[in-house]
Design a protein around this ligand. Structure first.
Ligand SMILES: N[C@@H](CCC(=O)N[C@@H](CS)C(=O)NCC(=O)O)C(=O)O
Length: 288
């Protein structure tokens, strides 16, 4: 096994140098705003401040699904937050999410604006507000919420663990890659066994559990969407039920729209940097 340079932690950790790696410029050991900047506000009841990472895509997928079902109250303005430039540390953003991470939502439909942060909380809030994609029956609801919270607890091992050490860390550490590859494959097996039993994670119907899990684990097994060559490295074709489920969700028109909102990477013709109206998708070819 190749060893990284030897390091003995001191008694007290001091922040005296960047941590290295792709996100070094935004990593810091303190919370709170770094600068004054109010957030823009558009014409719709829902104001979303986000970026098309898997965590951001969950919310835009749900909003597009709600609109496709005819819930006009789900009309939204999606504003771009460039996290690589530190926009999540602006004072206005920190007021909506004190944790300084996208996605963050402001619901201005009532007498007093309601803020919601953490993607799982946003999905639950919207599903409850519109009575969609979250069953009312206690047993079915418990199953959906269990998979929703499974995603919240599990994806940091995939993104912050596997993805970080496989793709982003400044050095390749075999120990770290082995540890998080093992956990990622175990998680894919958890999903595969569940999806052998039912069409979707919560049961027969597509719900916010699928909407939360798909942008991470669906993107992983569909290949080429997360972490370079990771689909081959992880041998994702072994997880046949996850693949079947991932392809079915990938084919949904609302998903095709949701994943390109606030998108800054890839071909320019596949990016809707900000979404303020359904017609904002018209620039995209082929039409979706
Ligand atoms: N648990 C959070 C995670 C959100 C998160 O990690 N967002 C990332 C982008 S995917 C972010 O904003 N990072 C900026 C930063 O860490 O400064 C959620 O599900 O909403």
């Amino acid at each position: 096994m190749s060893e990284p340079a030897a390091y003995t932690p001191p008694n007290v950790w001091v922040w005296n140098k960047p941590s290295g790696g792709q996100f070094a410029n935004i990593n810091r050991p303190i919370a709170g705003p770094t600068h004054d900047k109010e957030l823009p506000v558009g014409k719709h009841p829902l104001q979303l401040y986000s970026l098309a990472t898997p965590n951001g895509q969950k919310v835009t997928i749900l909003l597009e699904e709600l609109l496709a079902l005819g819930h006009g109250g789900a009309e939204y303005d999606a504003w771009l937050i460039k996290i690589h430039e530190g926009e999540q540390f602006g004072s206005g953003f920190v007021k909506v999410n004190p944790n300084s991470k996208i996605p963050a939502l402001l619901d201005r439909s009532g007498p007093k604006p309601i803020r919601v942060f953490e993607s799982g909380a946003i999905l639950m809030y919207l599903a409850e507000k519109f009575g969609a994609f979250l069953p009312k029956d206690p047993g079915q609801r418990a199953e959906v919420l269990s998979w929703l919270f499974w995603q919240m607890g599990s994806a940091p091992y995939l993104g912050g663990g596997f993805g970080h050490f496989y793709a982003y860390a400044p050095i390749k550490i075999e120990y770290a890659i082995d540890r998080f590859t093992m956990e990622t494959k175990r998680q894919l097996d958890v999903l595969d066994r569940r999806l052998a039993e039912s069409a979707y994670l919560g049961g027969a119907d597509y719900t916010i559990a699928d909407i939360a899990v798909w942008p991470w684990y669906g993107a992983l097994v569909l290949g080429g969407r997360l972490y370079g060559n990771s689909a081959e490295f992880l041998q994702v074709h072994d997880y046949k039920n996850v693949l079947r489920w991932a392809k079915a969700i990938d084919a949904r028109p609302a998903v095709k729209r949701g994943i390109i909102v606030n998108k800054m990477s890839g071909e320019a013709s596949t990016q809707v940097l900000e979404r303020h109206d359904a017609s904002d998708f018209d620039q995209i070819a082929p039409k979706i």
